[in-house]
Design a binder for this molecule. Structure first.
Ligand SMILES: [Zn+2]
Length: 78
């Protein structure tokens, strides 16, 4: 984990050699399980509900998988 910003409740996580992508190249993103786990972990760390999106994936040929964690913003006008 490289960047965790507790105050703004954001984090960027990079994973090299993920077991989810090992041996897979030129495919669609595959790390939904990891993204879900990271969302759960950071919801606990930050104390608010967060989303986690994978922006880069080794399964697509990227050098590593990169995940962005952000606080879920609820629109008060709903
Ligand atoms: Zn991935």
């Amino acid at each position: 984990m490289r960047n965790i910003l507790r105050k703004s409740r954001r984090a960027i996580v990079k994973i090299k050699n993920s077991a989810m992508t090992r041996g897979i190249k030129n495919s669609n993103q595959r790390c939904h399980l990891i993204a879900g786990c990271l969302a759960g972990v950071f919801t606990k760390i930050f104390g608010v509900e967060v989303n986690c999106f994978e922006t880069n994936c080794a399964a697509k040929g990227d050098p590593y998988c990169r995940f962005v964690v952000r606080e879920v913003k609820v629109n008060g006008n709903l």
